[in-house]
Design a protein around this ligand. Sequence first.
Ligand code: PGA
Length: 249
Amino acid sequence: MRRKLAAGNWKMNGTGSALEELETLSNTHKTAEVEILICPPATLLALAAASTQGSAVAIGGQDCHQQVSGAHTGDISADMFADAGARAVILGHSERRTDHAETSELVAAKTTAAWAAGLTAIVCLGETLQERESGETLKVIGKQLARSLPDGATAANTVIAYEPVWAIGTGKVPSLDQIAQVHGFLRASLAERFGTGMAEATALLYGGSVKASNAKDIFALEDVDGALVGGASLKAADFSPIIRALEAS
Ligand code: PGA
């Protein structure tokens, strides 16, 4: 059976008081039938890892540097995230690709670094509105997947998140057919490169304006194995119903 994952991306949100939300979440989900991951800002990571111990909630990082250590002011390595208690790291998010001009080649280097540190790499891909409207969605995503994913990808060390750029933080969500098409394409592309066994076992997340009200329908799609959630992961009261919907799917 494929792993199912409800992942929360807090982005640049949350100071100390946000840990109360995390405590509520971990008290609500002491055990779970799916994997639960919260990726807080790096400043909260160690505290978050400590406060979720003994619950089903795991902690992850948001982006890492491709080197293990060195003269890179302001950066954090995958090893450091692992040392602070992270189990996974979000890589290649469109906000990194846009704000920090990250290329897929750089994302691949970061993915290798994440694996070396024992972290699951959550590799994000997605088309812009312009690319969708000009019919280039699958071409763009195929290219991002091929270039962002190094050869060593397995179902254990990698999760793919399809996040249309135009759906992130906008309240706009692709149609279920559009999501199904991209996820089917991702599964087939993984099978072509890594074999059917790997493709069938790898979790494919959808991300972009997921909330309690649309989660059930999205999770009912055959090739959707969970979600990467931004805004609706900040409050336990919003994220818990999404976790429940995944458990019920
Ligand atoms: P959103 O963000 O759920 O706020 O749209 C998703 C993401 O960027 O991972």
